[in-house]
Design a protein around this ligand. Sequence first.
Ligand code: GLN
Length: 264
Amino acid sequence: MELRIGWLYPTLMSTYGDRGNVICLQQRCQWRNIDVAVVRLDQNATPEQFDQVDVIVGGGAQDRQQEIVMRDLQGEKAAKLRSQLDHGIPGVFTCGSPQLLGKYYEPGIGQRIDGLGLLDLVTKHPGLNTPRCIGNVAFELVSPELVAALEPLWPEPPIVVGFENHGGRTYLGETQPLGKVMIGYGNNGEDGWEGALHRHAIATYSHGPLLPKNPFLADWLIQTALLQKYNRQVTLQKLDDSLAIQARAALFKRLELSSLLKTA
Ligand code: GLN
């Protein structure tokens, strides 16, 4: 089996270390003898390449880079990305990326950046004098389908940990939230929601990178991509996640959430 990872604008949208999500997916495939290729979906990519990937990763970026990305992510490229995600291709989009999957992003300075309109959400930066949302974040996943799918992959409660750093505040319309904030700001520090979920696309403010800190999400993305591509449910070989488990336990302790762990 083979998976092709589409990496959105790697040069412009890797400001906050989200390339770690690509590396995590790649490695967790290779450890299972699943062939994996990484396709750079950027200004040099053709629209057809947006169709030829099985899972998509988008990282975070500064306002200026987001504006440059959206100048290119138009027309056929935008249509193919929307279609892929609408048809259930899995993906993980962090911070600046989901802001661009929404209706628009009003940056700290400069003009409104129109997004793809795939997610019913808008993002507004309150201005450069307003403190950014920075710090550790922990949230509980709220989608029953996603929680049920994760159950066999991870023995612990469906709590995601990460690190956020954003000026924009995101407000959801009809799109469902990804999680309920336990620690940190989440989408806007007001309504208690974090991220968004659209079919099998995860949108989140959690850098970290997200996937090495929450390997069950990486495995869910891999399993979902294989199901979509080969039309069969593949049971993934269990990996030694002892390091991730230790790292999570340490963070849960620091965030005073240890009581929520079964194996505290
Ligand atoms: N530039 C956007 C903001 O400040 C996204 C930041 C990010 O990707 N971490 O909200």
